[in-house]
Design a protein around this ligand. Structure first.
Ligand code: GLU
Length: 282
């Protein structure tokens, strides 16, 4: 990958204020782009209207600017591109790799319980495939009752279709052979939103011409699915850099839900961008 051609990005979800973990990811991507005169883009991943808030978007711009980061084009706002994700779903439907899933969270948990506990990948239980075997008549009957449904990727089928031999390059972990079954049949269109994190992140990274994705190692498992989606949709394959996570003083990863100290709060305490860099090791 030659210097001037590098395009990387930071893609936060505006569900809260940025903390040191975000600062590390954004600064690392920014520094890499700067070091080779590449481009750094910003994308606001706000497809989940129930969790995202407009006010946090402004705060993200403010925090990044304070850190000394500039983005090369106006930020891409995912919620403005729902029609694009729908087009990709149509492409996947034509490949017959999607199936409707009518399950509630409770039904999925009960089924997992009956099966004596299922493997867990990260925080989410792997979907036990309840709706995968529904016939077209059964699907139509359920749809006829007006039941809400998500669209899941039939990973085993999709995997066979693409030829089962996919790799990606990670700047730290090296060449990785994709094993997309690990997360199970992921949801590509949620019941309430006609897309999902997996679909829209892959779609936008391709559309924005991102060729280096810098993000936390907590998303490493997701990349197996992303690589499969790239193959199914004929999209370019970026290089990855999954970095280790910044830990707090007790050795726990920073997370919005734990009320991690935000950049805004640190700024209020008199921290400078240099203090942030020192704390995250950059
Ligand atoms: N929007 C995701 C998040 O805030 C990150 C997406 C990515 O970097 O792939 O967790």
């Amino acid at each position: 990958m030659s210097g001037g051609g590098l395009v990387t990005r930071f893609a936060p979800s505006p569900t809260g204020l940025l903390h040191l973990g975000h600062a590390y990811s954004a600064l690392l991507a920014w520094d890499i782009a700067q070091s080779v005169e590449g481009r750094f883009l910003l994308r606001i991943e706000d497809i989940d209207g129930s969790r995202c808030r407009e006010e946090f978007v402004g705060e993200i711009y403010e925090d990044l600017t304070w850190l000394g980061i500039e983005w090369n084009e106006p930020a891409v706002i995912q919620s403005e591109h729902m029609d694009y994700y729908e087009q990709l779903l149509v492409q996947l439907e034509a490949l017959r790799v999607l199936y409707p899933c009518f399950c509630t969270r409770r039904e999925i948990e009960e089924e997992i319980g009956r099966a004596g506990g299922a493997p867990h990948a990260g925080e989410t239980a792997v979907y036990p495939g309840i709706c995968r075997g529904l016939s077209e008549a059964e699907q139509a009957a359920k749809m006829g009752t007006g039941a809400a449904y998500a669209l899941r990727l039939d990973v085993a089928h999709a995997w066979r279709l693409v030829g089962e031999n996919l790799v990606w390059q990670d700047r730290l972990a090296g060449e990785i052979h994709a094993a997309p079954g690990r997360l199970g049949d992921v949801v590509l269109a949620r019941k309430d939103i006609s897309t999902s994190y997996h679909l829209s992140v892959v779609a936008d990274d391709a559309r924005q011409g991102i060729n280096l994705i810098v993000r936390g190692e907590d998303l490493f498992e997701s990349t197996h699915i992303h690589r499969l989606l790239q193959a199914l949709l004929g999209l370019q394959v970026p290089q990855y850099l999954h970095h280790s996570l910044v830990l707090d003083d007790e050795g726990r990863r920073f997370a919005k839900r734990d009320g991690a100290v935000t950049l805004q709060a640190l700024r209020g305490e008199g921290w400078t961008p240099e203090d942030v860099r020192r704390r995250v090791g950059l």
